[in-house]
Design a protein around this ligand. Structure first.
Ligand code: GLA
Length: 328
């Protein structure tokens, strides 16, 4: 059997998913592959990049102490997908790990498809969001798993994280997206969970951020919480405007929205780093570049840049690909 899952880069709309906001990621041409044999009674996994062999009897509950420790992801997935069979398989990946390109969501989906391929994409994405939270203890949103589960070749994936409605929007072929790695990071132990709490604090004052206006934010007395809310409310607007700009070929507006998004994530949401700010600043001054921003959870990871085709930039040119799937 063989299953595979792409990574994703988020083009705009970060730290909006866990308050039911808008996000616009695309699945990228880097994959995690799970390949091996079907067995009757157990899950056995090895990895090209990580040490040890993970062994899990079918039907086991989640084991947070499993060794090797990367087995936590496999254990979380196996405990949630009701495996229809065992597998003995090896994992390999071309997605850089800990770079904010959803290597963990790709791992979850590749393994889930290996164990059970009877689920609908949205159902699977919701379960794999739970798996991610179980494995890491971080209260992450639905963006990564839902993008990877529903992506279409050549398209970006606009997700309404309140209704979970997905709209595929063509990525024009006369622009390119380049991803540049800045620094390894993990969201475990980061301030990600603090931001989730701060958004909940804002919602306790003004109601769901998804439905709040910029005016509502003046009712929040705590300055930090008001800034966090300002990011989320303005970012939701930017996602919508970005998809419009991209669809109408207005790339300079789309690029400006990427810059504004970065500025908001850095100044108001405080999830960027000085190094990422400096790289984004330099990239935005580079001829051929429309816009650039940090992508994903932040605190390191990658920046994504939109540019005219052929612009010489460090990093990986990425193109939009289809969803995770079981191949054989
Ligand atoms: C991580 C999480 C996502 C999302 C982003 C920030 O990638 O897994 O759910 O919150 O951070 O947009």
């Amino acid at each position: 059997m063989k299953s595979m899952s792409p990574g994703r880069v988020n083009l705009i709309g970060d730290h909006t998913d866990y308050t039911g906001g808008l996000v616009f990621p695309m699945a990228i041409d880097r994959w995690t592959v799970c390949e091996g044999e079907i067995t009757s009674d157990a899950i056995t996994m090895t990895s090209d990049d990580l040490d040890g062999t993970v062994q899990i009897p079918l039907g086991s509950p989640f084991d947070s102490q499993i060794q090797p420790s990367w087995g936590r992801y496999i254990s979380a997935v196996a405990s949630l997908v009701t495996p229809t069979r065992g597998v003995s398989a090896n994992l390999s990946t071309t997605i850089p790990v800990g770079a904010g390109l959803s290597s963990s969501a790709a791992l979850e989906l590749a393994v889930a498809y290996a164990l059970n391929d009877t689920m609908q994409p949205t159902e699977l994405a919701l379960l794999m969001q739970q798996a991610e939270q179980l494995a890491t203890g971080v209260p992450t949103g639905i963006m990564d798993q839902l993008c990877i589960a529903t992506a279409r070749e050549g398209m970006g994936t606009l997700i309404d994280c309140e209704s979970l409605a997905v709209t595929h929007i063509p990525i024009p072929t006369d622009v390119e997206f380049v991803v540049q790695f800045i620094a390894h990071r993990t969201l475990e132990g980061s301030e990600y969970a603090d931001r989730v709490r701060e958004c909940a604090d804002a919602e306790a004052v003004i109601g769901p951020l998804r439905h709040a206006t910029l005016n509502d934010i003046s009712r929040i007395e705590n300055e930090t919480i008001a800034r966090r809310a300002h990011h989320v409310v303005s970012e939701n607007l930017r996602v919508f405007e970005f998809t419009q700009a991209l669809s109408t070929g207005d790339y300079s507006t789309a690029g400006e929205l990427m810059r504004d998004s970065h500025e908001s994530l850095s100044a108001d949401f405080a999830v960027s780093t000085p190094q990422m700010d400096a790289v984004v600043r330099t990239l935005c001054e580079t001829p051929g570049v429309y816009g650039s921003r940090m992508t994903g959870g932040g605190f390191g990871g990658c920046v994504v840049t939109m540019c005219t085709p052929g612009t010489e930039l460090d990093g990986w040119r990425v193109r939009p690909v289809g969803a995770a799937e079981r191949i054989s």
